[in-house]
Design a protein. Structure first.
Ligand code: TXA
Ligand code: MG
Length: 329
């Protein structure tokens, strides 16, 4: 059931988490399905509910940097700098894992979420919370409490923190290699990330921001040259983030022949690129905040096909193009 994140709601959530159960909670990116990160049984319950493949590891959410350090076997200087600059916030860092967490991986993905309800839950439970997005595996991530319940009706408790502000998942960066490797583009943009990390390896192996003035891959004018094909992150399966409807990503939706498409055909576009059933903002941040909610609405309206006007092929739109590409796969 959905409950308000007041004192009573938080108390109930803490009780469930301490008893090894799961709780869905809001973050600034998307809603998470949380469980005690040190309990193998509680984590197994997340995988069962989501029907998530066991090879896809979970992000561990913590309340402060000291707690993050304690879960890492090594905490590199770049992790400290990134934490300092971007936490709490939509950045996940992959570092070597300390002993004590269940599972046999030698790395762990960590983040401090920037949402007062998430932070309160982390502090009051005293637990590190493993939390993937609170949706069935491969479907669209939830940006409201109602989305969570629609996708995972068995979840015992959903804390309602209102619509998620970013609307798209965190950026995931692997700090166990040098230069750091981008595993998943997300709500934190690459420009900001590179200000701390310097050069970054992008999906596809391209090094971005290698030497000032010599960046053949992605110059800071926002141009994206290489798109990722080989994804090193275990969670980056090609089909992901998908609505029920067939999604077609088109460079010009008005030129797509409609004959033969499953109906009703819905159009998702953005300001300045024609009309549609859902017209999102031409600002990538605002577009991201509305994207999953729009896909949920079109699914609820029983669209057979969703024609999506492809956003510009620039770095500012990288995470959005990534998600749309997967939803269309
Ligand atoms: O914004 C977010 O990150 C949301 C909120 C709830 O925090 N969480 C989220 O979790 O998107 P999930 O499970 O849907 O995606 C986690 C991503 C996956 O791509 C997974 O493979 C990757 O992080 N990941 C987790 N642990 C990893 C590790 N040790 N090494 C490499 N990638 C890892
Ligand atoms: Mg997910």
């Amino acid at each position: 059931m959905i409950v308000a994140p007041d004192d009573a709601g938080i108390r109930r959530a803490v009780r469930l988490l301490r008893a090894g159960s799961v709780v869905a909670f809001p973050t600034e990116t998307v809603y998470g399905l949380g469980a005690d990160a040190t309990s193998a049984d509680a984590i197994a319950e997340i995988y069962r509910l989501k029907q998530r493949p066991s090879w896809n590891p979970l992000i561990v959410h913590v309340a402060d940097v000291a707690q993050a350090r304690a879960l890492a076997r090594r905490w590199p200087a770049v992790a400290e700098e990134l934490a300092d600059r971007f936490w709490p916030g939509p950045l996940t860092v992959v570092v070597e894992r300390a002993a004590g967490l269940p599972g046999d991986l030698d790395t762990v993905a960590l983040r401090i979420p920037a949402h007062p309800v998430a932070l309160r839950l982390l502090r009051e439970s005293g637990l590190a919370l493993a939390a993937p997005s609170a949706n069935r595996s491969e479907s669209i991530s939830p940006t409201t409490a109602q989305h969570v319940l629609a996708s995972l009706p068995e979840v015992p408790l959903v804390l309602d923190g209102g619509p998620a502000a970013c609307g798209i998942e965190s950026t995931v960066v692997d700090l166990t290699v040098s230069p750091p490797r981008l595993l998943r583009p997300g709500a934190l943009g690459l420009r900001a990330l590179r200000e701390v990390t310097g050069p970054l390896t992008l999906p596809g192996g391209v090094v971005s921001g290698a030497v000032a003035g010599q960046d053949d891959a992605r110059p800071d004018d926002g141009t994206v040259v290489a798109d990722g094909v080989a994804r090193p992150s275990p969670g980056m399966s090609r089909r992901h983030y998908a609505p029920r409807a067939r999604l077609i990503l088109a460079e010009d939706v008005s030129a797509v022949p409609r004959a033969g498409l499953a109906g009703p055909v819905a159009v998702l576009t953005y300001e300045g690129r024609g009309s549609g059933d859902e017209v999102l903002s031409a600002d990538p941040g605002e577009y991201a905040a509305d994207l999953y909610a729009a896909l949920h609405r079109l699914d609820d309206a029983r669209a057979g096909t969703i024609l999506v006007q492809a956003p510009p092929d620039t770095e500012d739109w990288l995470a959005i193009r990534d998600r749309l590409g997967r939803a269309a796969a």
